[in-house]
Design a protein around this ligand. Sequence first.
Ligand SMILES: NC(=O)c1ccc[n+]([C@@H]2O[C@H](COP(=O)([O-])OP(=O)(O)OC[C@H]3O[C@@H](n4cnc5c(N)ncnc54)[C@H](O)[C@@H]3O)[C@@H](O)[C@H]2O)c1
Length: 331
Amino acid sequence: MRVLVTGGAGFIGSHVAERLAEEGHEVVVYDNFSTGSMENIRHLLSMSNVKVVKGDVLDLDALMRAVDGCDAISHHAAQLEIGSAIRDPAADARVNIEGTINVLEAAVRRGVGKVVYASSAGVYGEALRLPQDEEHPKRPSWPYGVSKYAGELYCLQYSQFYGVKTCALRYGIVYGEREWFGRVLTMFIKRAVLENKPPVIFGDGRQTRDFIYVKDAVELHNLLLEGDHDGFEAYNAGSGVATTIRDLADLVIELSGNDLEPVYEDPPEGGCSLITGRWRIPKELRNLQLDITKAVKKTGWKPETSLREGVRREIEWIRNNRERWNVRERV
Ligand SMILES: NC(=O)c1ccc[n+]([C@@H]2O[C@H](COP(=O)([O-])OP(=O)(O)OC[C@H]3O[C@@H](n4cnc5c(N)ncnc54)[C@H](O)[C@@H]3O)[C@@H](O)[C@H]2O)c1
């Protein structure tokens, strides 16, 4: 296949591009490099089946040129900063909704039969039941979840009207090599591993998250991209395991080899930590645990990497790539 990967210079997109290229597919990385970086894909540049195009998903003409001759699109380009989305929902909507419409439009106009869309567990909002299956009500807590869900609905529209096969992957908390700074795990790693300082937990630490190692998520992504289905389908892409933030902090401390105890802070939602200067996201979710039965039944996939092993690999990567780890906080 020839696959256009939008956001292919980003964290998840670069792993998607890498894996597809290793499998022998032709890959066109399409990215405006706003948060992604050439460093994420430098190791792919010598491969004859990888091409990089600098372009914006808001530029339909450029997108259509780049997608010419492709069989599928993996759409990972997005605005992910929850704080930015709250401050400027229209800008968030432009990239995440209009950008997704452009991707679908380019697919229709250039005869691309399949689009895999990187959605988010953020479409569900606060869990009304656990684990959350794909039928869980969609009541996003932030404009980011609204725009990601709108992208899904456009995927549905384009499959109904134009017959493009579309599929949404609702990622949980994806982590691993090349993860960007400003998220709970990367904050913990920076403090405990690089600075020998205790991780700072917001609240009581009993809130839960569903962490999925990036290569496991990409494995599911590729099975869905390469497999067949009709119309539009949405799949949860998580581990199915709920991990408390306290347990995550303890794991990072243990793997750091440093003698530390986490500290607790309780800034109001939207308030700032006195210790790290980190902003607390308003309407922080209490629980996130995805039911992954649908993806497992459809593809035979299951996540292979334990949280311990995945975090160990991420720490090793950060230790070896300290200079190029982008430590600009994104919230
Ligand atoms: N990381 C996660 O845990 C997570 C969870 C849920 C959903 N997602 C989704 O997965 C996708 C990838 O996320 P990520 O963590 O790799 O983020 P990332 O910021 O590393 O990657 C996004 C990429 O898109 C590019 N981009 C942004 N705006 C663009 C535009 N207008 N035109 C072209 N390129 C543009 C960026 O330069 C970057 O390379 C996103 O769609 C995101 O919503 C990620």
